[in-house]
Ligand binder design. Structure first.
Ligand code: FES
Ligand code: FES
Length: 152
């Protein structure tokens, strides 16, 4: 039995320890905000936080999160998360939306690490989150706006 925390609550998984965390989140825990894109750590759609750090859940085995804190888009909170989510709405970042929960999770992790990120910091942190609708300019703008609002 593997035990971990999911969005602040205790969770268990009793299957194959090699099962990807993404499948446990979506199929076992029924949190479907985290998306499957490529399955090989190339697109960022499945990004969650493990102990506060961005991680690609499609290539993370459930056994590796034993005892850890996993946060998904359904549970992310705190001032950086609020600022990012509100900037995302103000600037109307999403188009189809498929990549956006992963984008938000990476952006929140960035703001927690760097309070006032430069364009270069943003590009570096977000490079692994692919958006087929090409919302990159608005993502960058929203991260700058969120950074200002967190500081204010
Ligand atoms: S689904 Fe995990 S990075 Fe693409
Ligand atoms: S908003 Fe459509 S893939 Fe990013």
């Amino acid at each position: 039995m593997i035990s971990f925390k999911l969005n602040g609550k205790s969770a268990q998984f009793d299957g194959d320890p090699d099962t990807p965390l993404l499948w446990v989140i979506r199929d076992n825990q029924k949190r479907t905000g985290t998306k499957y894109g490529c399955g090989i750590a190339q697109c960022g759609a499945c990004t969650v936080h493990v102990n506060g750090m961005s991680q690609r859940s499609c290539v993370t085995s459930i056994s590796s999160v034993q005892g850890n804190e996993v946060t998904t888009i359904e549970g992310v909170n705190g001032k950086e998360a609020e600022a990012i989510q509100s900037a995302w709405m103000d600037i109307d970042v999403p188009q189809c939306g498929y990549c956006q929960s992963g984008q938000v999770m990476s952006a929140v992790a960035l703001l927690k690490q760097i309070k006032q990120p430069t364009d270069k910091d943003i590009d570096g942190a977000m490079v692994g989150n692919v958006c087929r609708c090409a919302t990159y300019q608005r993502i960058r703008q929203a991260i700058h706006q969120a950074a200002k609002n967190v500081e204010a």
